[in-house]
Design a protein around this ligand. Structure first.
Ligand SMILES: CC(C)(COP(=O)(O)OP(=O)(O)OC[C@H]1O[C@@H](n2cnc3c(N)ncnc32)[C@H](O)[C@@H]1OP(=O)(O)O)[C@@H](O)C(=O)NCCC(=O)NCCS
Length: 186
């Protein structure tokens, strides 16, 4: 992988890092996928569905990326953003771990895009970031997401009751992790 930060997913979709000019395409993607994503996401404000809201969110994410606390990628089909995958809560020291989150445009689901993206990001977390572990959580009945994690080598380690506020309520989550290596903490 060397230090490659991008790859080609099935069907020629580009996976590349989040970039400064992405707010309009992200807005378009979230507006198109509002009802598709609603069951799986926190309740979004109306501001979220504006260009100003997306510019602010992107600026915060890029600042966190600059600080090494977050690493985000977008799935791109020509000019269109059709998904994202993000490592958040990057913690160094004895934890040396991060959380993985993702979604794909409803019209692009079931084509193996997220499975391939998760495999790439896990490898990036290991070989480029030198993390020890990546964690992910899914709603109990999100079988597609659980399958994505299984394909990328994650194993389930428990259920966290009422862990995250998703679609208007505190919801139980299945927790998954992948151990990447046993290098010393950094
Ligand atoms: C979950 C999600 C990211 C999967 O993305 P995707 O690009 O379709 O994933 P892939 O095509 O790589 O893999 C999906 C796998 O789930 C399987 N799958 C899909 N629906 C399923 C279901 N209802 N039950 C069991 N398996 C299912 C597919 O067959 C596929 O497995 P396979 O490759 O062995 O055939 C996408 O459905 C999505 O964005 N959902 C809404 C947001 C979300 O759930 N985000 C994750 C929150 S934890």
């Amino acid at each position: 992988m060397a230090n490659d930060d991008h790859t080609i997913l099935p069907g020629g979709i580009l996976l590349r890092p989040l970039a400064g000019g992405d707010a309009p395409a992200l807005l378009d993607a979230y507006v198109r996928n509002r009802s598709h994503l609603q069951p799986f996401e926190p309740v979004r404000t109306e501001e979220f569905y504006t260009l100003a809201g997306q510019r602010e969110r992107l600026a915060n994410q890029l600042a966190a990326q600059e600080a090494g606390a977050l690493f985000g990628w977008v799935f791109v089909d020509e000019e269109r953003i059709v998904g994202t995958i993000t490592l958040t809560h990057v913690a160094r020291g004895p934890l040396n771990s991060a959380n993985l989150g993702y979604w794909v445009d409803g019209d692009y689901a079931g084509r193996g895009l997220t499975g391939a993206a998760a495999a790439f990001v896990v490898r990036y977390a290991d070989e480029v970031l030198g993390l020890h572990r990546v964690e992910a959580g899914t709603l109990l009945d999100n079988l597609a997401s659980q399958r994505v994690l299984a394909k990328a080598g994650f194993t389930e380690f428990g259920v966290a009751p009422r862990m995250l506020h998703i679609n208007g309520a505190w919801r139980d989550h299945r927790l998954f992790q992948i151990i990447l290596n046993d290098l010393p903490p950094r």
